[in-house]
Design a protein. Structure first.
Length: 343
């Protein structure tokens, strides 16, 4: 058991950004070691995920937005996100012991005192503990509950190299899709989608109209679209949809990653005639609507990892002090797959 230091470090919001967040909007501060209260567990954080959705919590006006499942943060608040850590001490009889690995939401800090009810014990089902921080369960829930994959389907995944998309294409194939197409931001990422993640084709935001590119790689149309972006990519998917196409919208990166504004709007212009005549169904979906899916996903994910049928692409950034810069890189689309900070 490690000796517990007297201080810890955490990242706090210094000032709300007016556009995309950068390191200048955050402070890395030293604080006294958290002291667990009754019913709390002391945890040393090991990995935490960097998500573009943080922008919605920290930008101007965040506290006035209704329906967003993230609390607004004010200057001086410590950031949070899902993290995996090691239990250092726990109340007797709570079901947790020193050395256990747990998931909780008090990331962006080295140590945390977390209520027992806020911890989820993780086992050794996954070969890499970092894989518990992937967004595969979001993609899996969307493709099994939000929409159904049918044999022979052509599936289009927007932001195919992102945290959700890098798993969604692989999952769609394993669930029976005949063709899987992704969109991404560069030719380099497009090549990796095909060579590493098994996508059949990838289209790139490089100036050529996305609808034209999608029509070229899916001349018979798209049956399913898993959309994390909105904007022109959702528009192109509707234009390429086949009759009876099913859309599941799980994100709005076109708004979250917009260089201006608050990141909480993602306007898109869709042709109602396309939706009507093609009998398209479109559903907004959150994996939080079906929390039981996570256990199901972990079991299937473990099996697919062992068989080599799936991979978990992620990038590791070392050190708490590097986390603000990692957030900037995520919002600028510099990485492939999930981005994790290792402490």
């Amino acid at each position: 058991m490690m000796a517990v230091p007297r201080t810890s470090r955490e990242v706090r919001l210094a000032v709300r950004p007016l556009g995309l967040p950068g390191p200048e909007h955050f402070d890395v501060v030293e604080v006294p070691m958290p002291i667990p209260r009754v019913g709390e567990v002391l945890i040393r954080n090991r990995y935490f995920r960097i998500s573009a959705s943080l922008r919605m919590m920290i930008s101007e006006g965040a506290e006035s937005v209704e329906g967003v499942p993230f609390p607004a943060l004010s200057p001086g608040d410590t950031l949070f996100e899902e993290t995996v850590g090691e239990v250092l001490s726990a109340p007797a009889g709570c079901g947790l012991s020193p050395g256990d690995k747990v998931l909780h939401n008090l990331a962006w800090r080295e140590f945390a005192a977390v209520p027992v009810c806020g911890c989820t014990l993780v086992d050794d089902a996954l070969p890499d503990v970092a894989a518990h921080l992937g967004h595969g369960w979001t993609a899996y829930a969307a493709l099994t509950r939000g929409v159904k994959i049918l044999p022979g389907d052509t599936v289009f995944v927007t932001s195919g190299a992102g945290a959700i998309g890098s798993m969604a294409g692989q999952i769609a194939r394993l669930l029976g899709a005949d063709r899987v197409i992704g969109s991404t931001s560069s030719q380099e990422k497009a090549k990796r989608l095909v060579s590493e993640l098994g996508y059949d084709s990838a289209i790139v935001r490089d100036g050529k109209p996305l609808a034209t590119q999608l029509a070229e790689v899916a001349p018979d149309g798209v049956d399913v679209c898993l959309d994390t972006v909105g904007g022109s990519q959702l528009q192109a998917a509707v234009m390429s949809a086949r009759t009876g196409a099913r859309f599941v919208v799980v994100g709005a990166l076109s708004g979250q990653l917009a260089p201006q504004g608050t990141g909480r709007t993602a306007p898109v212009q869709l042709d109602s005639f396309d939706i009507l005549l093609k009998k398209i169904t479109m559903r907004g979906y959150s994996a939080d609507d079906d929390p039981e899916v996570r256990g199901e996903w972990t079991h299937r994910f473990a099996d697919w990892l062992r068989s080599g049928d799936i991979c978990f692409p992620y990038v590791t950034i070392d050190g708490l002090e590097a986390a603000p810069g990692a957030l900037r890189d995520v919002t600028e689309g510099r990485h492939f797959g999930v981005v994790l900070v290792r402490l």
